[in-house]
Design a protein. Sequence first.
Length: 320
Amino acid sequence: MKRTDTYEFSVLRIYILLGLMLLAISGLVGYLGYLQIWCKAKFANQEGDQSLRRVWIPGRRGVICDRNGVTLAGNRASYCLAIALDRIKQSGSSSPGKKGLTNRINQIVSELRVSLDTNIAISHKSITNHLARKSPMPLIVMRNVDETRHALFAENRTRFPEVDMIEDPVRYYPEGQTAPHVVGYVGRGSPEKEAPQDPTKDKPNYFMNEIEGRQGIEKAWDEVLKGESGGQVIRVDAAGIRRNLMNDAALLEKYADEPIPGTDLKLSIDVRIQRLAMQAAGGSNNAAVVVLDPNNGDVLAMASFPTFDPNLLAGGVSYV
């Protein structure tokens, strides 16, 4: 082969190689344009869905009453102080990172102690665990705020833009120790879920505090009393902090699901006879009394000793 032919063959191979490279680059540029232009809306919707979280909101628990309509177990509002982590981030009052956020939370708690003249007991571990879960739910730092502390917080509201006074449902038993073995008691229910899930599905990502039956009628009829939980959608960032959803009215309407209240129960128990039975058995540490209606077999009273006050257990039990 002549040198001229070799040179021409080498030039041809170079042209072919350049052509293949240009073809590959053109393909990459074309595919990139396809993703950026034609698929923009599709990926924008997917990105939006990935930042959505569904919050489970329990329905109002049903009321338990005696045969005459006297309430044995009802619901009351308990006010709690909660720190909204998204407001801390928006205000820029904390240093970047979890450490800066933790320090700011501790600072807010310290200022609340002074302003409300009370001891707010929240451990460093509780704060770090809440942040580690990347939960968009507010961090509750004080439960069962009384009227005095409520008024003091209202007076100093402008000093704490990151703090809210929220309402937390609590079960209460007006008759106290009269019929605890019959009615039973409740406790805090399902913990927060952490695994990412599709917000359009029924399973939620996070739970508001739910009450569940632990003993007696409260436990046996728990499914009827608790009703059906609803839900709402919130948007979070990569750190799990809640973001503003005011511009996503369509999403709020699409995924909103109102909770359904539980069913009220009327027992055959007569609280007047129940009180008499408790008084009759009150002199013994080991006693049980059952009163039946001879006409139809209805249970009118069921007394048992020793007794207890279910109101002390309604908010949950702490183990040391």
